[in-house]
Design a protein around this ligand. Structure first.
Ligand code: SF4
Ligand code: SF4
Length: 209
C-alpha cells in the first residue's frame, strides 16, 4: 500500500471548530470521546496503524481539539477495519471502533472523505442500495465503486469478476424486498434522527487531564 503524501502546517485556534468534539460525542458511538486518557495503547495495538497517517489516539485528540477538517479528511478512519483489537486493550474500555464509525458518518454527510479513496464510496453505494431495494447487490456495488474511484482498475478485475459469476459467487440480477419496505423506511428514518442529534451544551469533563 502506498502512503498518502502528508503535509503539516500550524493551525491557529480561530481556525478550529471547537464544537466538533462535542458533536461527535453526542452521536451514537462517539459517547466515550472525552473519556480517553491519551495513553496510546490503541495506537500500539492497532494492526493498521502503520498505514495510518494519524494513529487512533491522535484522531481522538484532534477531534476533541477541533481539527474537524483534518480528522474528517483523514485516511485513518477509513482504514479502520473494525477489528476491535484496540477496544479490547483500552484501559478505559473505550470502543474506539465506534468512534471511528461516528467520524465516518460525519465525513460522508459532509462529503469530505479522501478523493478517489474506495472505502467511503463503497460504504455510500452499499447504503444507497439498501435504502433503495432493501438488499445489497455486491456486483453492482463493486462496479459502481470502481467507476467512481479508479475506473481503470475495473478492467484489471474483469477476469476475476467473470470467474466469480460463473461459480455463482456474484449475482447480476438486482434482488428486491418483497415486503417490509415501510418498516425499513421507518428504521432508516429513526437512524437518521440518531445521526443528527442536538449537540451537547457543554463539553464533558476529560478524565485524566
Ligand atoms: S482510546 Fe483508550 S487505549 Fe486509546 S489512547 Fe484513549 S484511553 Fe488509551
Ligand atoms: S478497530 Fe480500527 S482502530 Fe481499532 S485496532 Fe482495529 S483497525 Fe485499529
Amino acid at each position: 500500500m502506498s502512503h498518502p503524501r502528508i503535509t503539516w502546517r500550524v493551525k491557529y485556534q480561530e481556525e478550529l471548530d471547537l464544537a466538533f468534539g462535542r458533536e461527535i460525542a453526542a452521536r451514537p458511538g462517539g459517547e466515550d470521546l472525552y473519556r480517553c486518557i491519551q495513553c496510546g495503547t490503541c495506537s500500539s495495538t492497532c494492526p493498521l496503524s502503520i498505514y495510518m497517517e494519524r494513529t487512533p489516539r491522535q484522531i481522538i485528540a484532534m477531534a476533541r481539539a477541533g481539527f474537524k477538517d483534518e480528522v474528517l479528511a483523514s485516511h485513518t478512519i477509513w482504514l479502520c477495519t473494525s477489528c476491535y483489537a484496540c477496544a479490547v486493550d483500552c484501559p478505559k474500555q473505550i470502543k474506539i471502533t465506534d468512534i471511528m464509525y461516528a467520524l465516518k458518518q460525519k465525513a460522508i454527510e459532509q462529503k469530505v472523505y479522501p478523493a478517489r479513496f474506495p472505502i467511503p464510496v463503497l460504504a455510500k453505494e452499499f447504503f444507497h442500495a439498501v435504502r433503495k431495494t432493501g438488499r445489497s447487490n455486491e456486483s453492482r456495488i463493486v462496479v459502481r465503486m470502481f467507476l467512481k474511484t479508479r475506473p481503470w482498475k475495473l478492467l484489471g478485475n474483469i477476469r476475476l469478476g467473470l470467474k466469480l459469476l460463473r461459480r455463482g459467487r456474484l449475482a447480476v440480477a438486482q434482488e428486491k424486498m418483497t415486503g417490509g419496505q415501510a418498516q425499513l423506511r421507518m428504521l432508516l428514518q429513526a437512524t437518521r434522527r440518531l445521526e443528527n442529534p442536538t449537540p451537547a451544551r457543554s463539553p464533558p469533563i476529560a478524565e485524566g487531564h
